[in-house]
Ligand binder design. Structure first.
Ligand code: PMP
Length: 338
């Protein structure tokens, strides 16, 4: 085994019963018309390695994203693309910086690629903190989720553009950008050739099970990073199903409307728990010193949320889950008031 492999944590998934508001998955049910269309996906090519399905998927997604198919790379989730780009960009000991908090996998992929991962100790979501740590660390790669996971914070396009001028490579991870597409860095991609955008079908598109993510970058960067991808890394069945959903005229707008409305409801619901940070994504972050306490009280009712040291991240969910959240909060309030 590699030296220090123990420093790399395992990702062990758990089957959860009840309401999972802890992974930011879509809670919008797939419309029946799409279920029917998906059942029509052909199984004829099952014995062959996938080619056509991936070409078709790239064409559909390029349309959706407003880029050329040659500017795309498809991965088994954006997670795989993070792994591939870290291997492609980093030499041993190269430094990587990310805000804090941010998506937990960034540090893990950096370690796997034998790089050094640094995040600010304090005030890690301030632009000034980030530019200062970039100045002192001199990283080859900066990784930023926008909207930020877990807080929902938005980095402005000007801030991201400025950061792009300070480092060799900037990854803007837009896993949740479908909920606020006007904020996408795609509009500036032509001006900043060292920026790589990551997207996924796991969130607004409600297709986490398919494991499909996209890298969007200049044709030149895609050509370079694509060398580090395994052959046939994405299932053709997944690609074909994704293609059906991508070609639907109204599904993505329906999903966005549903999640936006449910996020607003959730914001009102969670006010008694603590300060709510503004969010345009399909989750909200509520600040509380008692995050573990709240998480376990919600879990007692069958609602999974994600606890962080200074707050909770809760995905927009269904009214049924919200009824249980309301009950929990009312019970706590009645004990406090008695
Ligand atoms: N980036 C961010 C910011 C995420 O929150 C997630 C999923 N939680 C991912 C990437 C990975 O998503 P996937 O591999 O499903 O595309």
């Amino acid at each position: 085994m590699r030296r220090n492999y123990q420093n790399i944590p395992r990702y062990v998934p758990h089957a959860a019963s009840g309401y999972a508001l802890n992974q930011n998955e879509s809670q919008y049910p797939l419309p029946e018309r799409l279920e029917r269309a998906i059942r029509d996906v052909s199984l004829e090519a099952l014995s062959r390695y996938p080619v056509e399905e991936l070409l078709a998927l790239k064409a559909s997604y390029a349309d959706y994203a407003g880029v050329e198919p040659t500017q795309l790379m498809v991965g088994s989730g954006s997670d795989e693309l993070l792994a591939i780009l870290s291997q492609a960009i980093l030499d041993t000991e190269d430094r990587v910086v990310a805000p804090a908090p941010d998506f937990s996998m960034y540090g893990i992929y950096t370690q796997i690629a034998r790089g050094h991962f640094t995040q600010p100790d304090e005030q890690g979501l301030r632009y000034e903190t980030l530019t200062e740590i970039i100045r002192t660390t001199d990283p080859k790669l900066v990784l930023i989720s926008n909207p930020n996971n877990p807080t929902g914070k938005m980095w402005t396009l000007d801030e991201l553009s400025d950061i792009a001028t300070r480092v060799p490579y900037l990854v803007v991870d837009e896993a949740y950008i479908d909920f606020t597409m006007k904020d996408s860095f795609v509009s500036r991609l032509n001006e900043y050739s060292n920026v790589i955008i990551l997207r996924t079908l796991s969130k607004a598109f409600g297709l986490a099970n398919l494991r499909i993510g996209f890298m969007i970058a200049s044709e030149e960067i895609i050509e370079q990073i694509d060398r580090f991808r395994s052959p046939f890394n994405v299932s053709g069945l997944s690609a074909a199903v994704a293609n059906v959903v991508l070609r639907d005229e109204s599904y993505i707008q329906e999903s966005i409307q549903f999640h936006t409305a449910q996020r607003e409801k959730l914001t009102e619901l969670l006010r008694p728990v603590g300060e709510i940070l503004p969010s345009r994504a399909n989750f909200i972050y509520v600040k509380t010193d008692d995050s573990e306490g709240w998480a376990s009280r919600f879990l007692d009712k069958g609602v999974h949320v994600r606890a962080f040291p200074d707050g909770l991240r809760v995905s927009a969910g269904t009214d049924e889950a919200y009824a249980l959240i309301r009950q929990t909060i009312e019970e706590v309030n009645s004990v406090e008031n008695s």
